[in-house]
Ligand binder design. Sequence first.
Ligand code: ATP
Ligand code: MG
Length: 397
Amino acid sequence: MEDLFVKALPLLHKLKKHGWQAYFVGGAVRDTHMNRPVGDVDIATDAPPEEIESIFPKTIDVGKEHGTIIVLLSGESYEVTTFRSELEYEDYRRPSGVQFIKSLKEDLKRRDLTINAMAMDESGRLIDYFGGLSDIKEKVIQTVGDPAERFHEDALRMLRALRFMSQLEFTLSEKTKAAICENSHLLAHISTERKTAEFEKLLKGKAAGPALAAAADTGLYKELPGLDGKQDGVRSAGVFPFYKLEKRADIWAAFLSMMSIDDARSHAFLKAWKLPGKVIKQAVEVGSRINQKWDRLSMYEAGEETLLSACAIHMLKKAGQIDERRLAEIRQAYSELPIKSLKDLAVTGGDLLQMRNKPPGKWVSEDLKRIEHAVLMGELANQKKAIEEWLNECNQT
Ligand code: ATP
Ligand code: MG
């Protein structure tokens, strides 16, 4: 058993000591059986939320009505969810209510994919009612039970299926793929935020290419913000290795570029995905500079972060990999710029007022601009005295 599970064992033991069932479930069980690094260790139990709160001294209520409590233990936090079955689904996205139950099997049955519907007990024994392990071996994504039915309950599961395809480098089962083809329109009922969260994970996966191809094949792409009518673009965006980028803004900048969204429309495109303003701003900025010809002025205007991001994306587009040596040279060239911003100039607007002995006016910012440009281009030393002389000379001619 992996360390992260061992660390969480006291939680299971404590629940069991109080007479409840308790298991590891979900992504962590899947990942450990795939020899992938385990992320969050989630726990399922038949103890109702109030019991969980009374057994553990430190808990956070994150959704008691759905049966989810966070338990803080030895500096870690664990999501502990009460076994539940879901009542009738409304609007293709949420159950009308949940019912707390006693059966682990019933709890696992409501989960989306076979590979996500396994549990592990405190001795490390796998509980696998729906063929999750064999699907891991076959590298196949399929739903627990009839896919069409499961997608009618919650249409987001279609996009989750593609997200896991990308992250795990699995293929879709024929039946699951056919059900997505038939039901892709139901994704329209899902909030943009939920779609965006899954889509970002899809892009960041190693097999984003096949997953984007599946989105194009099944028609699911039509229900993603701004992608309707762009089937070919979605397919060809898949050649870009998004997983080699770390920053959220860079991933979206690369996506803009691969989808040939022109600069005038990129802000609205990203807004449709409801990304945070900061991410949009940065992605638009980087996106507009991917094909930039770099010189002192453009490096200065872009700033280091945008410069390096845009260059890395350009390299990935051209060669599929980042040339770290070249990137280091670019970083060096940037560091050698005489100034990085107006603040680095040896004079301020106040200095100019003193030097020229003229009433304030538009001329101050105009002079600063001229000085900034001359210093940046290496035509003028960034020293107060040199600048003063230069200004006097300029103003004489
Ligand atoms: P990750 O490593 O990305 O967190 P995960 O498998 O933990 O992967 P989560 O989105 O955190 O995925 O969900 C936790 C578990 O909850 C899943 O493994 C699955 O069993 C269940 N689950 C999540 N979303 C759904 C859904 N829409 N329908 C059914 N079950 C779901
Ligand atoms: Mg998780």
